[in-house]
Design a protein around this ligand. Structure first.
Ligand code: GTP
Ligand code: MG
Length: 231
């Protein structure tokens, strides 16, 4: 097939979105971060709202308050899955839970604590996957992240914003069971691409994440000042 006739993106029906809310929230005092209110609704609800139009199917990954998350997920038909691995091994356990329950060829994960992530996140991740020949197995977002403490921004990998093939489940399970915890150490074992979010019309707050209550308040204030949707 000539290159020009290859599709440049993936059909939505091939992609399941997973909102990661399975962490311990220690920097917020051990509370369940995804249920914290932000601009009138829980953080996890913002993530679901933003991801829903970008994917064909949705799910939530959470280890506490399953009933509360089930209520948030219900309008989207999004089930709630806990980690299969014990002791909170980190975000990769959320990826694994998503891969285990995903019934589409691709899974995209987003964290629950970055409510202003790009509205074209999945499209650009998918385009980056297919821009490679052969197509990538994993795509990680790279974007500007404004520190809510210092107000300084830096362009960096955002590894919890990750599109991956569902066929990588066994690889990830082995990696975690052999003690692996670092996302880039696992993604580096596969054909991995980068999707860059550094255009002038990308919001400077797109990857600002809230790890403390102060950061959550600062993010709410910053969101009120900065246009979060490109004109
Ligand atoms: N499933 C699962 N998700 C996790 C785990 N640890 C972190 N995450 C998720 O990964 C994303 C980024 O993690 P952090 O920002 O460190 O959140 P956190 O671990 O809850 O917070 P801290 O305890 O303060 O580090 C969030 O969406 C978390 O919910 C885990 O052990 N299991
Ligand atoms: Mg953590």
């Amino acid at each position: 097939m000539p290159v020009s006739s290859l599709p440049d993106t993936l059909p939505l029906s091939d992609i399941t979105g997973c909102v990661l809310a399975g962490g311990r929230g220690m920097r917020m005092g051990g509370i369940d971060k995804g249920l914290q209110p932000f601009l009138g609704q829980p953080l996890a609800a913002h993530a679901l709202d933003r991801l829903a139009p970008q994917v064909g199917h949705l799910m939530l990954n959470a280890n506490r308050h399953a009933e509360a998350y089930a209520q948030l997920g219900a309008p989207y038909g999004a089930p709630v899955w806990p980690d299969a691995e014990p002791d909170y091994p980190g975000p990769l356990a959320g990826f694994l839970s998503g891969l285990t329950h995903c019934q589409t060829p691709w899974l995209v994960c987003v964290p629950c604590d970055t409510p202003l992530f790009p509205q074209d996140l999945v499209q650009r991740l998918a385009q980056a996957a297919l821009a490679q020949q052969p197509a990538a197995d994993i795509v990680v977002a790279h974007g500007w992240e404004r520190s809510l403490d210092t107000d300084q921004s830096r362009l960096r990998a955002q590894p919890v914003f990750c599109l991956m093939r569902s066929s990588l489940r066994d690889s990830l399970q082995s990696f975690i069971r052999s003690g692996g915890r670092k996302i880039d150490a696992w993604t580096g074992q596969h054909r991995c691409a980068t999707a860059l979010f550094d255009r002038a019309d990308d919001s400077p707050l797109a990857f600002a994440n809230a790890n403390t209550q102060q950061e959550l308040q600062a993010l709410a204030q910053a969101a009120a000042c900065v246009p979060v949707t490109p004109p």
